[in-house]
Design a protein around this ligand. Sequence first.
Ligand code: MF3
Ligand code: CO
Length: 252
Amino acid sequence: MSIRIYNEGQINYIRKAGEILYKTFEMLKNNILEGVRTKELDRITEEFVRENNGITPCKGYRGYPANICASINEELIHGIPGNKKLNNGDIISIDIVVSYKGYLADAARSFIVGSTNEKNKKLLEVVEKSFFEGIKYAREGLYVGDISKNIQQYVEQNGFSIIKEFAGHGVGRRMHEEPEIPNFFTGNKGARLKAGMVLAIEPMIAIGRPNVRVMSDGWTIVMADRKYAAHYENTIVIKSNGEPEVVTLMQR
Ligand code: MF3
Ligand code: CO
């Protein structure tokens, strides 16, 4: 078992998957509205990705029944889209994987429906910023643990808790590859980072206690104390110059 190193041609396919994913979120942003059902978000995502020559490999992954994960409020991740309608003040985390010619990119965003309270706004701001704190250390010669440690430090300094049961991961040919990338320092610095690695870094944080439960649908992960949680994820590539490139954000 080892961490895959991708060549420039393969990375270009991953970049293309990332571009489709980025555009998908731009499209979805305009559809995160009060009264919209999460299954509708699932349907328009599937259609949009297909029109852009990608596919949504979450569907059927270990029996997962939808194209996207849509997790509302106290739901952390893996919420199954359905008849539930969005309400003003909700926060919704959407997680999507896109495959382009067999190469995958993975990203998640948390959105506000309408307007919400200051605490929720702060939660969303901190989860997103913690990703960028983490990737300051995603460069050749540093370690997975450097990313983890800096995500944790930023989140905890801001008064939120880190969910420890779920982690980021390598991605590329498969949805989950080595290495595992925890959002906290495990006591082990982990693998050394190297050009050609492709990593999905995904902080998951909560307002209350970090304990989670699985709901009766067998998928949805919910906060045990039912306080709100958020998730933010991008796929990055360590380029040949040793620097990270985020492939699921607009490149400039
Ligand atoms: N995209 C998720 C991740 O970040 C995995 C989705 S689980 C699935 O790892 F079952 F929906 F595919
Ligand atoms: Co992921």
